[in-house]
Design a binder for this molecule. Structure first.
Ligand code: PEP
Ligand code: MN
Length: 369
């Protein structure tokens, strides 16, 4: 059961104290209190873990300060919507994230040269985009492939972000100590930008890493679905992050591995965007670059990456994570799928048009109810 307190109730309120006293009569239940500072409201939730069938939700709801009591069936209790719960919305660096917001994280797969990062940030700024993606730690299939410039590049990367008014960089971490390295580099450079920590598809069930990103409150997290995992397994894995205290999570779809996906790298799973928005309280991101793996065009002259971006956005995605490069043929990682940077304005126009269409369709359908 999840007990939601009225918005004005805090842990210091007498109503909260008396509820805790009331719950003492169920000593076999584990009680977990979760506080979430949202944009539209703060949430104080009390989670009863264990056999709670003898707890009466009617009785709980009659107690002072309680808004509602919900029985939950899904294991991902914190991130789950359970039919009625509102978004786990959050604000970071002045930017709001929820199931209605829309953002584009565009940039390099891997930070390579100072010049390429500068060109990318400049293009983003000139096109009014203030979020980027930049990989410093790269999980590569072969140990002999470029592993990223790692912590060495962080100070100049963050300084450049500040120079070009980039507010947030999405950056993958492969191990818990990378979080400290990012924090230290941000402090060293005077926090010129923010970072969203990405956990990659290869680490989708690396529970110790998920717990480490969930334990800290400095950075939100972009969790990527495992490419070989059922959706339910990835939702439970994302719950590991929330269960450690950090609920500022974006759930990212990036395709699943199956030979049915050939000739793309993976089969796009963007049909799950509405499913995740229904099942969870998290904003949903789509990554069109990694499932496609090529910047080839179809017979209509449109790149496959554009087509699948549209599929994700028209399905209601709240963010797009996409790879660009000033000179794709020279990229040290994922060059074949990088869109040339000169095409950024065209891609943005394309995406915004699809997003507008989605909003119009949403209005049309809801007016028709
Ligand atoms: C990436 O975003 O650069 C990446 C490696 O993605 P994924 O974990 O989805 O393969
Ligand atoms: Mn990549």
């Amino acid at each position: 059961m999840i007990i939601i307190m009225e918005p004005h109730i805090t842990k210091d309120s007498p109503e909260f104290q008396s509820l805790m006293k009331y719950l003492e009569r169920f000593p076999h239940l584990k009680i977990k209190v979760m506080e979430h500072k949202g944009v539209t409201r703060n949430l104080l939730e009390i989670h009863l873990i264990g056999e709670d069938y003898m707890v009466s939700s009617e009785e709980i709801e009659s107690l002072q300060g309680v808004e509602k009591a919900i029985r939950v069936t899904a294991k991902y209790r914190l991130i789950g919507k359970h039919g009625i719960l509102g978004d786990l919305d959050f604000e970071y660096k002045g930017i709001q994230f929820n199931q209605d917001s829309f953002h584009i994280f565009a940039g390099l797969c891997a930070v390579d040269t100072y010049e390429n990062v500068e060109k990318t940030f400049k293009a983003l700024r000139d096109n009014n985009v203030c979020c980027a993606r930049m990989g410093a730690y790269k999980p590569r299939t072969s140990p002999y492939d470029f592993q990223g410039h790692r912590k060495q590049c962080l100070p100049w990367l963050f300084e450049l972000a500040g120079k070009y008014e980039i507010k947030i960089i999405v950056m993958e971490v492969l191990a818990p100590h990378h979080i400290d390295e990012i924090r230290e580099a941000l402090e060293l450079t005077g926090n010129p930008c923010g970072v969203i920590l990405q956990t990659g598809t290869r680490n989708a069930q690396n529970f110790e890493l998920l717990k480490a990103v969930g334990k800290q409150q400095d950075f939100p997290i972009l969790y990527k679905r495992g490419y070989g995992l059922a959706l339910e397994e990835s939702l439970n894995a994302a719950e590991y992050i929330a269960s450690e205290g950090n609920t500022k999570i974006i759930f990212c779809l990036r395709g699943v591995r199956t030979h049915l996906g050939d000739p793309h790298r993976s089969l796009t799973d963007f049909a799950h965007v509405p499913v995740i928005k229904r099942l969870t309280r998290l904003p949903v991101c789509v990554d069109p670059s990694h499932p496609i793996g090529t910047r080839m065009k179809s017979s209509d002259g449109i790149r496959d990456i554009y087509h699948v971006t549209a599929q994700g956005v028209i399905a209601g995605a709240n963010a797009v994570l996409v790879e660009f490069h000033p000179e794709p043929e020279k990229a040290l990682c994922d060059g074949p799928q990088a869109i040339p940077l000169t095409e950024l304005p065209l891609y943005l126009d394309y995406v915004y048009k699809v997003r507008e269409t989605y909003l119009e369709l949403k209005k049309m359908v809801n007016q028709n109810k």
